[in-house]
Design a protein around this ligand. Structure first.
Ligand SMILES: NC(=O)c1ccc[n+]([C@@H]2O[C@H](COP(=O)([O-])OP(=O)(O)OC[C@H]3O[C@@H](n4cnc5c(N)ncnc54)[C@H](O)[C@@H]3O)[C@@H](O)[C@H]2O)c1
Length: 248
């Protein structure tokens, strides 16, 4: 599998390179990173300068690159693994449009554990229709977006079971908690790779479901699995559920 890696010099870009290096028949044929000082044999600053033939694009960069990334993947008819988070509504719309032309794998979190956590949250909420729910996430101090894309996707999972759920970012100025409120709280410090907690509580008990990523390698491995999954797939929007169902 020949990969074009967007965000080549970022933390995740380096993890994907390390993970790909451990796999057979998997090669990063070109990196794209607008922040590097000058083009090298391995990595260029602009999509226009990508000459290598490839089978798939993996993106761990910045949401501001969404448009040119989608244009590039569509023009080259390449499947796209989109791992960057923090996209605007408009960018999300563009992603859904692009998925009508090419296969796009989109996940705010490529770890298997988060896919399992998401499933557990939905199952628990079906059993606790009146429980209060809060989502707390913790990441390193360099993270740009808050709350994390994963926290937002956990909220989406809550909303699947409770359509009336309302996301409340922090609690300042919110007044008394309303039954439909789901608090989302972001902690930013140190080098935390990623911790997500979904707290489900009644007046009598509290159930806390926690996922902790210990290494960025978990996201890199997941993105490479997603890339392999996309081989031979038709246009469409795929996610971690598609990957889990495929493993059955
Ligand atoms: N889906 C997942 O499982 C998952 C896991 C980890 C990180 N992420 C996301 O991947 C992205 C990259 O994460 P990272 O930790 O490697 O970040 P990083 O800051 O270390 O790297 C960002 C990369 O994007 C490039 N870039 C392009 N335009 C940029 C801009 N305007 N501002 C900043 N950087 C720009 C940088 O050059 C760099 O290569 C983030 O959106 C992060 O939230 C997703």
């Amino acid at each position: 599998m020949r990969i074009i890696l967007v965000g080549y010099e970022g933390h995740m870009g380096r993890e994907v390179r390390a993970s790909a290096g451990r796999l057979e028949k998997t090669e990063i044929v070109c990196g794209v990173d607008p922040m590097i000082k000058e083009d090298t044999e391995a990595c260029v600053r602009s999509f226009a300068d990508v000459r290598a033939e490839a089978d798939v694009v993996i993106d761990f960069s910045h949401h501001s690159m969404t448009r040119e990334l989608l244009d590039f993947a569509k023009a080259r008819n390449l499947p796209l693994v989109l791992a960057t988070t923090g996209q605007t509504e408009e960018e999300h719309l563009a992603i859904r449009e692009a998925a009508k032309e090419i296969p796009v794998f989109l996940a705010a979190n490529y770890s298997l554990g988060i896919a399992v956590l998401t499933d557990l949250v939905k199952r628990a909420l079906a059993l606790y229709p009146d429980a209060e729910v809060e989502i707390v996430e913790e990441h390193h101090d360099r993270k740009l977006d808050a709350p994390s894309g994963t926290a937002l996707s956990l909220f989406d999972a809550v909303k699947e079971v409770r359509p009336e759920a309302r996301a409340v970012m922090g609690r300042s100025g919110q007044g008394k908690r309303q039954p439909e409120d789901v608090g989302l709280h972001a902690i930013r410090m140190g080098n935390t790779v990623g911790k997500h907690q979904v707290i489900i509580g009644t007046q009598n008990e509290t159930l806390t479901l926690t996922h902790q990523a210990w290494s960025r390698g978990v996201f890199a491995d997941g993105s490479l699995k997603a890339a392999a999954f996309l081989m031979g797939k038709g246009p469409g929007l795929y996610d971690m559920k598609s990957l889990l169902n495929n493993a059955d």
